[in-house]
Design a protein around this ligand. Sequence first.
Ligand SMILES: O=C(O)CCC(=O)C(=O)O
Ligand SMILES: [Fe+2]
Length: 299
Amino acid sequence: MAGGTMVQTITPELRRWIVEQTVAGFSPESVLDAMVKVGWRQELAAAALEDSLREHRRQRGDGRGAGVAPVVVPARSQAVAARLPKISLSPSLLCLDAGDRQVRVLATLSLPRVVVLGGLLSDEECEALIDAARPRLARSLTVQTQTGGEELNPDRTSNGMFFTRGESELLRRIEARIARLVNWPLENGEGMQVLNYPVGAEYKPHYDYFDPAEPGTPTILQRGGQRLATLVMYLNEPAEGGGTIFPDVGLEVAPQRGNAVFFSYDKPSPITRTLHGGAPVVQGEKWVATKWLREREFI
Ligand SMILES: O=C(O)CCC(=O)C(=O)O
Ligand SMILES: [Fe+2]
């Protein structure tokens, strides 16, 4: 196996320490912060905290007498939660300055945090992305959270490829535009992914963050931390079907060329309501480019 893997184990001593801190009156947030400061990965620390306190409550007979109050552990501390890719909406809501292009805001939603954007890409840029991606397409793989490797996923019947960040003038231009638009370092973005859905293809509802409970997740997180936000850009228009759906809130975004849907998730949790998918293409084909934004530099 590759070197540099730091295995973090939740020992009985750590559990005891967590319980002691909590009984002494420290808030779960401050215990979490203390763990992160000494090098614990946020997600693991949160899981250890939640787990230890749940076990402690169970042993005490669940809330009888002076038991520890139930805690809701934020997966990311307050200070870090404020650091999230974020589109600054102008008061007029109409136009955003993305540097080399004016982008329109078509709709926003607060939970899940969604912004639908108009005119993020020009028709020429959409065409150029499709042309560059087409010869490099393969049946889409998704990151396998069991192992951290990649696998064919029956829920995702599209064909896909990844560009390397900065690999062409076109990509550098679009990456810079996105970084400015979402107020997030260009280096924290994954290389852009392009997906092609033929008739009948779909991407069943899923979350884009990596599930902290899966054993392969710590390995995945070494490459830039969690995903915090997604930008799906529509490169063409399927004749029928192919919208981006958010089943928790009954939202469907129309796949209109040059437009995009941005959504962010401040914790790797379903409470962000960012369950989403690509509805089946009924007629024609669908092309999208997806940009994922990570916590740290993605190498
Ligand atoms: O094709 C879509 O509309 C959604 C794509 C998506 O969810 C993804 O690439 O993660
Ligand atoms: Fe997705």
